[in-house]
Write a protein that binds this ligand. Structure first.
Ligand SMILES: Nc1ncnc2c1ncn2[C@@H]1O[C@H](COP(=O)(O)OP(=O)(O)OP(=O)(O)O)[C@@H](O)[C@H]1O
Length: 256
């Protein structure tokens, strides 16, 4: 099977400081990869390099495109990459407001993604938006409300609906449950797990919360000082960590 994503030798420096270096892995269709590590370990830098938000200094991010098979996304033209970002890729930000248009209704937020991929029929778009609100447990009667009228958890669920409505094949998530109350986090995690399974999504999830990867990720990479220090199947890494840093992380000695 061709990997959906092949990441090779990614390196990003900020001046002399290492953001991340020497990162490589394959992600297969339907697989969820978790990236964990303490603050400053390079998780966000790596995710942003993979998603095309940051230009790495070295490496390749090869995506198995529908039209042309595996293509290095870093050498794609800007319009090609933008199209990928609207169709097969999605990005769920930690703060919903970074991924939503706060002045546009909930339905508009979802509909906008549909229109970007060519949907034109107002009735269909509205129906799909209401359907997706339901799938993320937001009452359809709220379709005309703006996200500003939603709670933090609802905003995050709306952001997820907006991202998934176009049926992406790869979803990048940056601390998707960060900054929410613990009870809200648990519900969101459950919802995410259901959607990932149901849609057979491939995802790369950055988090400092081991409970999130335990529940969502098939595989795990542990980062420290910009390097991947350990990787493997999630249960294996968490139940039998080999690297001293992972052992600390798992025993919660580290404040992550
Ligand atoms: N814009 C920037 N300019 C300079 N250095 C940066 C910048 N962004 C990140 N860094 C540095 O790169 C390293 C990795 O940071 P990064 O934000 O990727 O870590 P992280 O694991 O995502 O942390 P957090 O969990 O706190 O978001 C750190 O040493 C950080 O100080």
């Amino acid at each position: 099977m061709t990997p959906l994503l092949q990441v090779k030798g990614i390196e990003k420096r900020y001046g002399t400081r290492i953001g991340c270096t020497g990162v490589g892995f394959d992600l297969y269709p339907g697989e969820v990869m978790g990236i964990v590590g303490e603050s400053g370990s390079g998780k966000s830098t790596l995710l942003n390099c993979l998603a095309g938000h940051l230009e790495p200094d070295a490496g390749q991010v090869i995506f198995d495109t529908r039209a042309n098979g595996p293509v290095d996304t870093l050498t794609m033209s800007e319009p090609e990459r933008r199209m990928l970002g609207r169709t097969d890729w999605a990005f769920v930000h930690q703060h919903a407001r970074d991924g939503l248009r706060m002045s546009v209704s909930a339905g508009g937020n979802i509909g906008e993604r549909l229109m970007a991929v060519g949907d034109r029929h107002y009735g269909d778009i509205r129906d799909k938006a209401i359907d997706w609100l339901g799938r993320v447990e937001i009452d359809g009667t709220r379709v005309d409300d703006r996200p500003t009228a939603f709670s933090g958890g609802m905003q995050q669920r709306l952001q997820i609906a907006r991202n998934l409505v176009t049926g992406p094949r790869l979803v990048f998530m940056d601390e998707p449950t960060g900054g929410l109350d613990v009870s809200v986090q648990a519900r969101l995690l459950d919802l995410l797990r259901g959607l990932v399974r149901e849609m057979g999504l491939s995802a790369i999830i950055v988090t400092h919360d081991l409970a999130v990867v335990r529940l969502l990720a098939d595989r795990l990479m542990v980062m420290k000082d910009g390097h991947v220090v350990e990787s493997g199947l999630t249960d294996q890494v968490l139940d039998d960590p080999q690297h001293a840093y992972t052992q600390l992380l798992v025993s919660s000695v580290l404040q992550v």
